[in-house]
Write a protein that binds this ligand. Structure first.
Ligand code: ADP
Length: 284
């Protein structure tokens, strides 16, 4: 077994099998330094996955935790925009990639590694799986309390690889919006987790009504309740309902997570309670 193998897989005598085993052991060794792993996913795009992932990671740092945020949305990474990350800002040390550091938050996204922000990523499954493995194993995450992973929509290569590479994860946070048309796709993510035996921490219903900034009245813009119905149907907790709030969108566009930049908003209040349920931390 590679555990007993003394070289780094580059001795020239190792075959591809040994190299693979070495890489696998190395990845396990790195991941063992991370106490909790949380995967944010959804069957539908545009429902607020990246918003949840970025603000969850940021909220956990505000609670004093050491946190990493990994964006595995290879074709449409939003994390660089949502955290205002410069391209090529990352460094390397001893052949390992150093994550971008924003205060106590360590971040890595394929969007930071690519030289051209506007270039399309045209990769097939095996290439994507290799890149995700590298993002987990070759990035110098160090000792972390939490790693939050932002997945692309659907149940394809990226979430499948992540769930298989993180078998000891705390589980998935599933994001939906209140409409049936979203729920019809999001239920597939729940089925995906069930079939992979991957735990579900709970469902977040995002864009759940609009709170008038003047009078505080809640207006249900979309039909309501799909998150709640999904949670009841699948026997998983509904973690909370985040309203539509211009501060959330502004935070995403300006690279200032709303949990920080609009801490007094209704959305931030709801989100703090959600983080409390996910991680058992109390945020003021
Ligand atoms: P996904 O990752 O599921 O594709 P995003 O997190 O990128 O979705 O969100 C899509 C857009 O909706 C972004 O512009 C984001 O800022 C905005 N958004 C997400 N949640 C809210 C909300 N609760 N209120 C207002 N805008 C939101």
């Amino acid at each position: 077994m590679a555990e007993n193998h003394s070289c780094s897989g580059n001795c020239g005598e190792c075959g591809s099998r040994e190299k693979e085993q070495f890489a696998e052991c190395e990845m396990r060794r790195q991941l063992a330094r991370i106490s909790h792993k949380i995967v944010v996913m959804s069957g539908k795009g545009g429902v607020g996955k990246s918003t949840v992932a970025v603000n969850l990671a940021m909220a956990l740092t505000l609670a004093g935790k050491k946190v990493g945020l990994l964006d595995v949305d290879l074709h449409g990474p939003s994390v660089p925009t949502m955290l205002h990350l410069e391209r090529n800002l990352y460094g390397t040390e001893d052949g390992r990639i150093l994550p971008v550091e924003i205060g106590d938050l360590k971040v890595m996204s394929v969007g930071v590694l690519l030289p051209d922000a506007d270039a399309a990523v045209i990769w097939r499954g095996p290439m994507k799986i290799g890149v995700i493995r590298q993002l987990l194993a070759d990035v110098e995450w160090g000792d972390l309390d939490y790693l939050v992973v932002d997945c692309p929509p659907g149940t394809g290569d990226e979430p499948l690889s992540i769930c298989q590479m993180l078998p000891d994860a705390d589980g998935a946070v599933i994001v939906t919006t209140p409409q049936q048309v979203a729920a019809a796709d999001v239920i597939k993510s729940l089925d995906f987790c069930k079939r992979l035996n991957f735990p579900v921490i709970g469902i977040i219903e995002n864009m759940s009504g609009f709170v008038c900034p003047k009078c505080g009245e809640l207006t249900e813009i979309f039909a309501s309740g799909a998150g709640e119905a999904l949670a009841a149907r699948c026997g998983v907790p509904l973690l909370g309902r985040i309203p539509i709030d211009p501060a959330v969108c502004r935070g995403g566009d300006t690279g200032q997570p709303f949990i920080n930049s609009a801490g007094g908003s209704v959305a931030a209040g709801v989100f703090r309670k959600i983080v409390g349920q996910i991680a058992g931390v109390e945020l003021k």
